[in-house]
Design a protein around this ligand. Sequence first.
Ligand code: ADE
Length: 231
Amino acid sequence: MRIDIVTIFPKMFSPVFGASIIRIAQVKGKVKFYLHDLRDYTPDKHRKVDDRPFGGGSGMLMRPEPIFNAVEEILSKTKKNKPKVILLCPQGRKLTQKIAKDIAKEKQIILLCGHYEGIDERVRKELVDQEISIGDYVLTGGELAAMVLVDSVVRLLPGVLGDKNSLNFESFEGNLLEHPHYTRPANFRNLAVPEVLLSGDHKKIEAWRKKQALKRTQERRPDLFKKADLG
Ligand code: ADE
């Protein structure tokens, strides 16, 4: 997968993309990042990316020209991939595992990181295919949201996670949260691991886990529980 990111802070991405699974995914050739500094696409020598809103009001908006220039240049080189243009902003659809899975099927995406009080509406109308929010709170910019989106997508790309099972039984599969996990020691500070997990009876263990997952989902996320796979 190819991921193009248009941002005024390209350096923010290096520590995150240089570590853990996202780094390994690049080493394995499963994903390639192209970071584009929005200021490189400004038409003026001051490299200005923001301006005052027409009609007045507080705060600044992102100007349309540099964003159009950046996206059009990326598209001119990669049209055959039909990349989706995704704007990270608080007004977007809230990111879910289902959205991450759908995005993971794309060959290429272009992520636009919003800033200031917002973005000129013509960018939304003409360039953006999808707007995504990572939650009902306001960040200082779309960069952290883009990293969250990238992390949730890259780990789903085939061949990125070593253990096949690590994707099969994780939270949100069948709209259930994960069951509790335990590792050694079996007794830690007088806190014992549930007996069934030491029994070696795989049928019983599976039934226990399913029950725990249902209980946990019902208690913590009644909204998910309504849609859960009760199997
Ligand atoms: N930019 C600012 N806040 C955001 C959010 N919650 N999600 C995505 N992008 C944002």
